[in-house]
Write a protein that binds this ligand. Structure first.
Ligand code: HEC
Ligand code: HEC
Length: 294
């Protein structure tokens, strides 16, 4: 904000407060009567008349208190243009303070479990429940309640893993995040090539396909896909390349969905949580995730 607009807004704000003060003081007393009276203002609305009395004292005082409050408030807190306020308060500072306070308060609770192996957290009712609550807050938006997954977001409750389901691998996934890299093939294989290899991929999980198309697709597969998905299509945990033989699909298992995946490629992103959550919390959540399939 330029200093002109800052001054301009401050000026208007203060002028309005000052204006209110003058208005309240000027209209405080009756023009004619010094004390309480039964004389009216000589006009009536729907038979209702107004006495020509001053504002009650307590009422007048409340107006004054409001004006004083607003001036004190604007001195202490941000409100006048770009003036930051005497206390230097910001919502961000307040949030940081509250987080620090919560951290101090709850850290010992989480620390109790910091020596437990992830596999043991899964067997500890209290620890697992803590992990579950944090999972619901941090992970369920993408992976669903109970980790059942959704289109593009892997199911964490089955035994099918992109990267691996032992405690250490789950923890590494949470700490550092993951990026799936399935390249697009349309430019290389052409539409027919994509459809043939789709038939072959479907045949890997025992589905009925056009045998001739699948045979041609197999040649392509052996040339282009084995490096990541393996010669039998069982996948590769290091690359996060899915197993194509189990009929569990991250991006849908219909012919068209699979063809689309192969045409355009896929890049699923699991955000890293190492900077968002303390290591003790990540341990507890990992334990909960581990418990889902064990
Ligand atoms: C913004 C959405 C999003 C959030 C939030 C998220 N994930 Fe993920 N997660 C993904 C995606 C997408 C993948 C798959 C990555 C890929 O395709 O390579 C994934 C992958 C994973 C995997 C690997 C699964 C496997 O089969 O190897 C685990 C474990 C996991 N997430 C756990 C969690 C946990 C626990 C949290 C909460 C701390 C979490 N995720 C938060 C989107 C998310
Ligand atoms: C560079 C390694 C790499 C190569 C080469 C590769 N893929 Fe993939 N593929 C992946 C990865 C990684 C994923 C998971 C993407 C994600 O998690 O977002 C994937 C996902 C898929 C999927 C989706 C599976 C599901 O569960 O929805 C299919 C189908 C697939 N690949 C088929 C193929 C075919 C066919 C080829 C050869 C033409 C091929 N891939 C070549 C790495 C590769």
């Amino acid at each position: 904000m330029t200093s002109f607009w800052s001054l301009w807004i401050s000026f208007i704000t203060l002028a309005v407060i000052f204006g209110c003060l003058i208005l309240v003081v000027r209209t405080r007393r009756s023009e004619v009567y010094k004390e309480t009276t039964t004389e009216t203002m000589h006009h009536s609305f729907d038979g209702i008349e107004e006495l020509d009395n001053p504002l009650p004292r307590w009422w007048f005082n409340m107006f004054i208190i409001t004006v004083v409050f607003s001036v004190v408030y604007l001195f202490l807190y941000p409100g006048l243009g770009s003036y930051k306020g005497y206390l230097n308060w910001t919502s961000y500072n307040q949030w940081e303070e509250e987080m620090a306070h919560a951290e101090e308060h709850y850290q010992p609770v989480f620390a109790q479990y910091s020596n437990l192996a992830i596999e043991d957290i899964a067997n500890n009712d209290t620890a697992r429940l803590m992990g579950q609550r944090m999972f619901n807050n941090n992970c369920a938006v993408c992976h669903g309640q109970g980790g059942v997954g959704a289109y593009g977001f892997p199911n964490l409750a089955d035994n099918d893993w992109l990267y691996g389901g032992d405690g250490a691998t789950i923890k590494a996934t949470l700490l550092y995040g993951r990026k799936g890299a399935m390249p697009p093939w349309l430019d290389i294989l052409g539409e027919d090539g994509v459809r043939n290899v789709t038939s072959y991929v479907l045949s890997l999980s025992g589905q009925e396909v056009n045998a001739q198309a699948a045979a041609q697709g197999q040649t392509t597969y052996q040339a282009m896909c084995v490096a990541c998905h393996g010669s039998e299509g069982k996948g590769n945990l290091t690359l996060g390349a899915p197993n194509l033989t189990d009929n569990i699909w991250l991006y849908g298992g219909s012919f068209e969905q699979i063809a689309h995946t192969i045409r355009q490629g896929r890049n699923g992103v699991m955000p890293s949580h190492g900077e968002l959550l303390s290591e003790d919390k990540i341990n507890l959540i990992s334990g909960y995730v581990y418990s889902l399939s064990n």
